[in-house]
Design a protein around this ligand. Structure first.
Ligand code: FES
Length: 105
């Protein structure tokens, strides 16, 4: 299990315990945080799983693909630390990761 610190759009801070090896999107949904819609189910076609990663943690993630970057760009609310949570795999290396759920695209 790994811990992830999630801040909702309303500013509520929730610490979730996630299985390792699942996507961050799945972990957030499994924790009952439904404002992360993840409409496409992790197929990288909707961007409704968009999160802002804490600036201090962004370097812990693997680089994003060109397709992820393109989809994030299409949201209109992309920031330097934007990522699609369906493309992040939770594991011990990311224990304690801090993310904020981005506005709906
Ligand atoms: S769930 Fe649709 S892009 Fe991540």
């Amino acid at each position: 299990m790994s811990k992830v610190n999630v801040t909702t759009r309303e500013g509520q801070r929730i610490v979730i315990d996630s299985q390792n090896g699942v996507s961050l999107m799945e972990a957030i949904r499994a924790a009952g945080i439904e404002e992360l819609l993840a409409i496409c189910g992790g197929n990288m076609s909707c961007a409704t799983c968009h999160v802002y990663v804490d600036a201090a943690d962004i370097g812990r993630l693997d680089p994003m693909s060109a397709d992820e970057a393109d989809l994030l760009e299409s949201t209109g609310v992309r920031k330097e630390t934007s990522r699609l949570s369906c493309q992040i795999v939770v594991g011990p290396r990311l224990n304690g990761l801090r993310v904020r759920i981005a506005p709906e695209p």
